[in-house]
Design a binder for this molecule. Structure first.
Ligand code: SF4
Length: 215
């Protein structure tokens, strides 16, 4: 699927990574096969130190460059405009400013993007297809791992010695920004550590987010 997409949309395709374990698998697959893909990450500037470290390790290991896509405002500028700790008061607005707007800006000029979402990750992703039209951003969305299970992902990681975020071993199956991600207990939904205590479950990159989170 990745090889097909890289050829089909040559020069106009980009792969999104937030350095979750699935993203690392996709980068490994693409880089090992020398597929012509561009890589980018949405750097909200509030990622975990472990994520920034993994970013460097992935680039070194696979000889790729993961482009840094930044929000329009620094954290200080955002605080001056919207007040301190916007993520604690209005996380959907914060996600719009620090993730959705930069993604929208970055995807202009591309015909397709690749993501590592899987159907079993959440009910919002349960109907994702391998290739679909992304009406929200106006391009083709390629999801090579939609049908993969958690076990499939970790088997690949172990078989091919793929670098991954050490937070995954400390109870963080899904890793986002520092302020909005907590560890989950055994038996909890894997994404329950994201925006814990609110009804928000997505940042708005893969599905429309709720109008505003409810504390
Ligand atoms: S995950 Fe949290 S800190 Fe990151 S952009 Fe969304 S609300 Fe802001």
């Amino acid at each position: 699927m990745l090889a097909w997409a890289a050829q089909q949309y040559a020069g106009r395709i980009t792969l999104a990574t937030s350095f979750g374990v699935e993203d690392c698998v996709l980068i490994s697959m693409a880089a090992e096969r020398k597929l012509q893909l561009e890589y980018f990450t949405l750097d909200t500037q509030v990622l975990f130190p472990e994520t920034y470290d993994l970013w460097k390790r992935i680039e070194q290991r696979y000889g790729v460059k993961v482009r840094q896509v930044l929000p329009q405002q620094t954290l200080a500028e955002q605080a001056a405009t919207h007040g301190d700790a916007l993520w604690a008061r209005e996380p959907s607005r914060c996600c719009n400013l620090r993730k959705v707007e930069p993604l929208t800006r970055h995807l202009k000029g591309y015909r397709a993007w690749v993501t590592a979402i899987r159907r079993e990750q959440s009910k919002d992703r349960a109907h994702a297809k391998e290739v679909e039209h992304d009406a929200r951003f106006g391009l083709v969305k390629v999801n090579p791992l939609v049908a993969w299970s958690d076990k499939d992902v970790w088997r690949y990681v172990n078989d091919f010695d793929v670098p991954y975020n050490p937070l995954h071993d400390r109870g963080y199956p899904s890793i986002g920004c520092l302020h909005c991600t907590s560890a989950v207990k055994a038996g909890e939904d894997p994404r329950s550590g994201r925006w814990r205590g609110t009804e928000k479950t997505e940042c708005g990159l893969h599905v429309d987010q709720p109008a505003e989170s409810k504390p």
